[in-house]
Design a protein around this ligand. Structure first.
Ligand code: DX5
Ligand code: ZN
Length: 220
């Protein structure tokens, strides 16, 4: 069958017992761990730094998918890779020489991703599609967990999947982040996504973390 990857976002975990929550997600069937890094400048919130990433690195063997919501991501690549990141996603709206930053991510031994705010059109990613392994479509305004899914972003997912196909890069990962849960996942998968980030819907699930992950997987 068609592969679907589930990436729980630990932003929604209980930070007082982050290791336990992450262990449950890991044994519960997660495929990677989505880690949201916010600088209080690119987005109006602060989350965690390399120290937290390093602290949770021994808890699971799953890949760490690090989403950099930073104005100057190029300044922080090395610390996050040293802390245990496997994949780094940068925003197309960030400052810096983005092709050089993507090349540096690869040089450091990680896969690279590019993402965009809801207000940024799909075409903004065109120059980077041949350089990265994953595209992330934000279906909330970045900065906070627990927001409502923006259905208006669905055509953008379809458009980006089409852009990948047109370039013969249909093997690329297309990740969706923001408000993804049992009520919205089906639509994003139909639109062409194959990696689901899920924060609140996994870590605040009424029947537990494992049940929520299996529920998402059962949708395909
Ligand atoms: C928002 C983050 C998301 C967030 C998703 O800036 O990029 O990863 O944690 O949380 P939910 O799934 O609760 O919308
Ligand atoms: Zn994220």
């Amino acid at each position: 069958g068609k592969a679907l990857y589930i990436a729980p976002s630990i932003l929604a975990a209980d930070f007082s017992r982050l290791g336990d929550d992450l262990r449950q997600a890991s044994t519960g069937g997660a495929d990677m761990v989505h880690i949201d890094i916010m600088d209080g400048h690119f987005v109006p919130n602060l989350s965690m730094g390399p120290g937290v990433v390093q602290a949770i690195r021994p808890v699971t063997a799953l890949p760490f998918d690090v989403h950099l919501m930073l104005s100057e991501p190029g300044r922080y690549l090395e610390p996050f890779v040293a802390a245990g990141a496997d994949h780094l996603t940068i925003h197309v709206e960030s400052r810096g020489d983005l092709p050089a930053i993507i090349a540096e991510i690869h040089r450091l031994g990680c896969s690279a991703g590019i993402t965009l705010r809801p207000g940024t059109p799909a075409i903004a990613l065109a120059p980077y599609l041949e350089m990265v392994e994953m595209v992330l479509v934000m279906t909330v305004e970045p900065g906070f967990g627990g927001q409502s899914f923006m259905a208006g972003q669905l055509p953008k997912i379809t458009a980006i999947r089409r852009m990948m196909r047109d370039r013969g890069r249909d093997n690329m990962l297309l990740q969706v982040d923001g408000g993804v849960g049992s009520k919205t996942a089906q639509q994003v998968i139909l639109a062409g996504a194959n990696v689901l980030v899920a924060g609140s819907s996994v870590f605040n699930a009424p029947n537990g973390i494992q049940d929520a992950i299996s529920g998402l997987r059962a949708l395909v």
